[in-house]
Design a protein around this ligand. Structure first.
Ligand code: HEM
Length: 293
């Protein structure tokens, strides 16, 4: 897919930073957004627009909606709207710090930073619990089909929808579980990543098995571990040609269908949740034609 932001389809980088922005009161965001689009390549900086921003611009992107809030016993999934999201990707942390400063300066007239999360690749691509993450991601053409909008409309074809959540792990609690209980939480064996047919229905991969949905619910996950001085977890990121597949998975994880919540909730909890629309690229820059910019 030529027009998609290349960072979406590429493997996760060694280092990353997630920047989230809100809107400043009483300022039109068009000029700052255009300036960002002119320097962002979609590879070292993947850009996503939130419903808050589109509302301020009085534009609509078909399929973008507010993130669903779920509250059930033992499960709290918040919805935390944002105007703009940048996923800075790279092999070198210093570059990412310097690029953050550049982007914040460009956006400063109209946007304020509301979140900064530093993330990294752990080993071969593992969550901090030690489990391999991304195994069942669609690959090649199937990844494009799952993640990228196939549409003839200029500025819309090549775009993608993203679901982003910051999860905070209780790593002490998880480490205290016997290995069998840990494996049953995920539904895979940590030692060799083998899927466990005998895992309970609450096992994460049983809840989210992509072929088990009707229609099948494939997404392209690009999650990365994060940590600050005191906390750590996973920034879950799923790209889709629409938000439907993610939403169906989440609904099953919270137990809205059968009352069984995903066992993951016993080890980790989401503290943010936002949907974004990631425009395509044109000549190596973010293409904002779909919203008339
Ligand atoms: C902290 C939160 C999460 C952690 C640690 C986590 C971890 C994992 C791990 C270790 C796997 C197995 C290997 C793989 O196929 O990637 C997996 C699979 C998967 N996860 Fe998650 N996950 C989290 C949140 C989510 C959320 C919020 C969703 C979607 C709502 C999700 C959707 C999936 C899907 C679709 C699969 C593949 C299932 C299949 O088709 O076999 N995950 N996850």
């Amino acid at each position: 897919m030529q027009d998609a932001q290349p960072g979406i389809l590429a493997p996760i980088p060694r280092h990353a930073r997630y920047l989230t922005f809100g809107l400043k009161q009483g300022v039109r965001p068009e000029a700052a957004l255009r300036a960002l689009a002119a320097i962002a390549d979609g590879e070292s900086c993947v850009v996503g627009l939130g419903a808050v921003l589109l509302f301020a611009l009085q534009k609509r992107i078909e399929g973008l909606r507010p993130f669903p809030h779920h509250k059930r016993p033992g499960v709290d999934v918040p919805s935390t709207p944002a105007a703009l999201w940048c996923w800075l990707r790279g092999e070198e942390r210093g570059d990412i710090v310097l690029r953050t400063r550049e982007i914040e300066k460009i956006l400063a007239p109209a946007f304020e930073t509301s979140g900064v999360i530093d993330a990294f690749k752990h080993g071969s691509g593992r969550d901090l619990t030690g489990y391999e993450d991304g195994t069942e991601n669609p690959k090649g053409k199937k990844a494009v089909e799952a993640a990228i909008v196939n549409d003839k409309r200029a500025g819309f074809g090549g775009s993608s929808f993203a679901a982003v959540q910051q999860w905070v792990h209780d790593l002490d609690k998880f480490a205290a579980l016997p290995r069998k209980k840990q494996d049953d939480t995920i539904g895979r064996r940590k030692s060799d990543n083998k899927e466990l047919g005998s895992a309970p229905p609450s096992a994460h991969v049983k809840r989210t098995a992509q072929e088990s949905f009707s229609p099948e619910a494939f997404v392209l996950r690009r999650s990365m571990p994060w940590a600050d001085a005191t906390r750590a977890g996973l920034v879950f990121v799923a790209f889709g040609r629409s938000l439907d597949a993610f939403e169906a998975q989440l609904k099953r994880m919270v137990g809205a269908e059968d009352g069984t919540a995903d066992a993951l909730f016993s080890l980790t909890r989401p503290v943010t949740g936002v949907y974004l629309w990631c425009p395509p690229v044109k000549k190596g820059r973010i293409d904002l034609r779909a919203i008339g910019l």
